[in-house]
Design a protein around this ligand. Structure first.
Ligand SMILES: [Zn+2]
Ligand SMILES: [Zn+2]
Length: 360
């Protein structure tokens, strides 16, 4: 069976990332469900809540009663107009019939005829009188309608005024509500973020690191992406400020640890080459061999025999491996005790006979 170490490492890394992402996805889903879906719709302010605090309702009732009066007057006016039309028609008819009658009866002058003229004139006069009454009634109605219209306009203005008062109150309450919502979300996200940072700093060497890393992904997502739709307009300040603080802290942490790492490496180089070779891990040794580097100080061990430098190896002359590192003195190659073949000194077994190279 072929045992490919590199492939195994790659597969393991891949599976670890899958675990991290899966955990992060489910954590994000759960957090969305718990915290952000509960918007508290019933506690959200509405503009109607603030209209109560103004005189808007009173004015609306008054305006409605005026509107009713206007409708009533308009109906009455329509009726009067009908009466006017009727009276006008009757008058026209009577006048026409009187004209015809008078033109046919002028020849014979009699007292009977005079009486008939008087009767007809009387009818015409009374018709004219009632038409006049109707017309003046219509004018009166129109003037009262006009005054109602003026009053309605006045109440419309008052209602608008009260509406804008309610709007100001509503906007204030809405801003306060959104801020409160944002703060409660922030109070949930900040501990998550801090926990994530703590895991990132403290748990990287833990054997369950892929799970911790899932939480770290979730924490950063929750803070930098999850909060975005809920940010009030000034929320950007909060996010960027905290982002800056987090980057600075992580930066300080990384710089400090790099410094410590370099210091440790330097101290290691102070140790005897025997002690150092004991501390070299197999995967480091393997990687160093692949890149023809000293596993302790990281410098190239291949040299060009003419130039004594690895860098000019492409020019001329053949390349040669050095048994000892020229920079730190670590032994790089040694002969097998059993078969005397020259072997890389930091892998466990001799490639020729399989005997142990590193003796622990
Ligand atoms: Zn070295
Ligand atoms: Zn051997």
């Amino acid at each position: 069976m072929e045992f490919n170490n590199k492939k195994l490492t790659r597969t393991t890394t891949f599976i670890h990332y899958v675990i991290s992402f899966l955990l992060a996805i489910f954590l994000i889903g759960l957090a969305n469900r718990i915290i952000w879906d509960i918007d508290g719709e019933d506690k959200r302010p509405y503009i109607s809540d603030f209209e109560i605090e103004t005189d808007i309702k009173k004015y609306r009732v008054l305006k409605q009663s005026i509107r009713d009066s206007i409708e009533g007057k308009l109906d009455a006016q329509d009726e009067v107009q009908l009466s006017i039309n009727l009276a006008q028609n009757t008058l026209d008819q009577q006048q026409a019939s009187f004209k015809t009658w008078i033109s046919t009866r002028t020849a014979t002058q009699s007292s009977q005829v005079n009486k008939e003229i008087q009767r007809r004139n009387y009818i015409l006069d009374s018709l004219r009188a009632s038409l006049k009454t109707f017309k003046s009634e219509k004018i009166l109605l129109q003037s009262s309608i006009d005054s109602f219209y003026a009053e309605e306009t006045k109440y419309n203005d008052l209602i608008h005024e009260e509406e804008s008062k309610a709007r100001v109150l509503y906007l204030e309450a809405d801003r306060a509500y959104n801020l409160q919502l944002f703060i409660s979300r922030l109070l949930f996200v900040i501990p998550v973020l801090l926990l994530g940072i703590w895991m990132l700093v403290k748990k990287r060497r833990h054997s369950y690191w892929p799970l911790f890393r899932g939480f770290v992904f979730f924490a950063f997502y929750a803070f930098f992406i999850g909060l975005v739709p809920y940010l009030p307009s000034y929320g950007g300040y909060v996010r960027y400020t905290i982002g800056i603080i987090v980057s600075v802290l992580l930066g300080i942490y990384a710089i400090k640890h790099l410094k410590a790492f370099v210091k440790r490496k330097k101290e290691e180089l102070q140790l005897s080459s025997l002690e150092r070779s004991k501390k070299i891990k197999e995967e480091v040794a393997e990687k160093a061999l692949e890149n023809h580097m000293c596993p302790s100080c990281g410098k190239d061990y291949l040299i060009n025999e003419i130039f004594q430098s690895g860098k000019s190896k492409n020019r001329s002359g053949s390349l040669k491996v050095t048994t000892y590192c020229r920079h730190c003195g670590l032994q790089l190659f040694k002969n097998c005790k059993t078969c005397d073949t020259k072997n890389y000194a930091h892998l466990p077994h001799c490639y020729s006979c399989g005997d142990q190279i590193i003796t622990k």
